[in-house]
Design a protein around this ligand. Structure first.
Ligand code: AHR
Length: 660
């Protein structure tokens, strides 16, 4: 008998229901018949923002950085190791950005001039390299037109840092009209830091644009689609909603640089590139190569929501640039185009194919409406100027689309003047759902499990739209996705669930981060160009979301909810369809706790499943090398009739699922 097996038996024995007397045992009463409220299907969702290379360089599987030569420096991401600019003795050739004549959303292309056959090369470095997998196929497309001379062939090769070739293909070029060419590379080796080398046969000048490379194996096999591994992690969360596209990115540092959804739909090559606001936000994490290609635009967001089975929740600019930056305001008399954007978005999502925007959705491949139910006005705005703008938006939206539920915001902090003012005003306006944000210490999360206990049950519903425990300080680059933060969030989340009458939507933030391209930490999911993994915080979210049940019931000790007394937090739901009672118990102390479950109607309980997420070390984290270090362990146990005793291990989130 091996060690692992022995310890498994031991764990089962400890968990097996018994009637052992124990002085320190605590008795929790679960009242199965006391249905407080229904749990909203939107209770646990995800918040997507293009921060940390989340879209370009991440979820959007494009591997070429600056494929259309539109970055502020049009050749950023493209290396010319032996151009005539660098060495007169090597290959003489050069790539030069050229502007299209006339107005265009795609401003530049690249002209390559090959003067001799000394081996000029153009190399794309990818987003901190390109992740390629042995034998996987990669689809390459480009636009090209011959200008002069006889460049008839372009060769594309994957190379590693030592310039070894890891896959090769070529295209024959014909004619001086812009044409799209397509070919495929097959990687001969797995490599996390590959680059794409482009060489040319012949001499003369050739124009290039939209040099694009995607893995063939994308989510749902869609051409030029999304990274499969990352979407799978999102899908596994079973999110109730998808909030997009941000975040501060909605607002922009200036109004001109705000997110405008209309510029993100239609043919991808015509979507105008914008500098990503996180490019320059933090001096300690400058990311000069961060731009928004909008390859994931509003159509793709709606499609992703549908794929995930999540309600789409778009957030729009309300005419206020980020108040942490310029705070630029659109005068009230000029607000109409912003409001029209919101109305048109509803038409894009839900309108019939006879309407202009419904037609556009249909042309993009989705004639059926997306059935959008929510819209957010502004991201993290505060003060009287926000309230004025919110009122104008709400009035216009409700007038035309009374069924759409409007999400408003209470500012960046969970307390203080901005928050108090915003909440008070929004309540007066009968706001339907108010978004609250909290990036606070792990202690704050443990101490605030009662935050919503006193919220008015008849007032606005709450969207805990952005939250994450910060191990050091808000936006500190030293923050960690450690077990203390995740466990504290779990403790707090029992409070969200216990208050499901008021709290209707919740989401951790930010969602995604590239190992090298991040600006903000902590984040729910980390990835590099080959792999991705869920943090302990991810597994907390997953356990709550996949065990959310349908109805809130009560779990109490001596008639009082468990909100951290002797480090124990609890919430309980039942799932009518699955005929289950589900308890969530969070033990924030190091020692285990013996719990006697006094379950009304417990005679019905026959078998149970216990899922434990735990670690003895509060500083422990998951990583690329140990992605599942902190991940759920499932233990099936048999129950005897009568009261049930369980052990809740130290520093654990324990889910007890009982079939009734
Ligand atoms: O999640 C990161 C940022 O935090 C969001 O963009 C913003 O809404 C908040 O301040």
């Amino acid at each position: 008998m091996n060690h692992k097996f022995l310890s498994k038996i031991l764990v089962s024995v400890l968990l097996t229901v018994s009637f052992i007397g124990n002085a320190q045992q605590r008795t929790l009463k679960v009242d199965v018949n006391n249905e407080i409220t229904t749990i909203q299907p939107t209770m646990y969702g995800v918040f997507f923002e293009d921060i940390n290379f989340a879209a370009d360089g991440g979820l959007y599987a494009e591997m070429i950085k600056n494929r259309s030569f539109e970055f502020d420096n049009p050749l950023m991401g493209w290396i010319q190791p032996n151009s005539d600019r660098h060495s007169l003795n090597k290959g003489s050739g050069i790539a030069t950005p050229v502007k299209y004549s006339g107005s265009n959303t795609n401003h530049n292309y690249c002209r390559v001039n090959i003067k001799d056959d000394k081996g000029y090369t153009l190399i794309n470095e990818g987003y901190r390299g390109m992740g390629i997998k042995k034998e996987a196929k990669y689809n390459l497309t480009l636009l090209a037109s011959q200008v002069s001379g006889n460049i008839n062939k372009i060769i594309f090769q994957f190379i590693d840092k030592d310039k070894n070739v890891l896959g090769e293909t070529s295209v024959a070029i014909t004619g001086n009209n812009w044409k799209e060419y397509e070919t495929q590379l097959i990687a001969t080796k797995t490599e996390a830091k590959a680059q794409l080398k482009v060489t040319f046969e012949g001499r003369g000048e050739i124009n290039l644009d939209m040099i694009s490379l995607f893995p063939q194996d994308t989510w749902k096999g869609r051409k030029r689609g999304l990274r499969k591994d990352i979407v799978q992690l999102l899908y596994d969360l079973k999110p109730g909603f998808l909030r997009f596209p941000g975040g501060c990115i909605v607002e922009g540092r200036t109004l001109a640089k705000r997110y405008q959804w209309k510029k993100t739909v239609g043919p991808v090559k015509d979507r105008e590139i914008l500098i990503n606001r996180w490019n320059t936000e933090f001096n300690h994490r400058l990311t000069p190569d961060y731009f928004q290609s909008f390859g994931i635009g509003f159509f793709e967001y709606f499609q992703l929501s549908e794929d995930l089975g999540a309600e789409p929740l778009p957030i729009l600019s309300c005419g206020m640039a980020c108040q942490f930056n310029t705070g630029e305001l659109v005068p009230m008399e000029d607000l109409d185009p912003y409001i029209q954007d919101a109305l048109d978005l509803i038409e894009f999502a839900n309108g019939s194919t006879e309407t202009p925007w419904g037609k556009m959705r249909s042309q993009m491949g989705h004639p059926a409406p997306f059935n959008m139910k929510y819209i957010g006005v502004g991201n993290e705005q505060w003060g009287p100027e926000y309230i004025k703008r919110y009122k104008a938006f709400a009035q216009a939206i409700k007038e035309k689309y009374p069924e759409i539920i409007i999400v408003s915001g209470s500012g960046p902090f969970p307390d203080g003047d901005y928050f108090e003012y915003g909440m008070e005003e929004l309540k007066k306006l009968n706001a339907e759902i108010i978004d609250e944000h909290y990036y606070r210490s792990p202690e704050w999360f443990r101490e605030n499990a009662t935050r919503y206990d006193d919220y008015d049950r008849n007032g606005p519903k709450i969207f805990a739209g952005e939250y994450a425990a910060q191990s050091v300080a808000i936006a500190s680059p030293d923050n960690k996705n450690n077990w203390e933060c995740a466990l504290s969030e779990a403790a707090f989340m029992t409070g969200l669930e216990r208050n499901a009458e008021v709290v209707h939507l919740t989401s951790y933030a930010p969602l995604l981060a590239h190992e090298e391209g991040w600006q903000w930490t902590p984040d729910l999911i980390w990835f590099n160009n080959l792999e991705s993994y869920g943090t302990p915080n991810y597994y907390v979210q997953k356990l709550f979301s996949t065990n959310k049940g349908t109805h809130l019931i009560t779990v109490t000790e001596n008639g009082t909810p468990l909100t951290g007394q002797q480090n124990l937090y609890a919430s309980a739901v039942k799932d009518i369809a699955k005929k289950e009672i589900i308890l969530k118990l969070v033990n924030t102390s190091a020692g285990s706790q013996r719990i006697l479950l006094d379950i009304k109607d417990n005679k019905m309980v026959k078998k149970a499943e216990i899922i434990v997420l735990k670690n003895d070390n509060l500083s422990a984290e998951n990583s690329f090398s140990t992605p599942a270090k902190i991940s759920p362990e499932v233990k099936k146990i048999k129950l005897k009739k009568g009261n049930t005793q369980i052990t809740v291990e130290g520093y654990s989130l324990t889910i007890v699922k009982m079939k009734i």
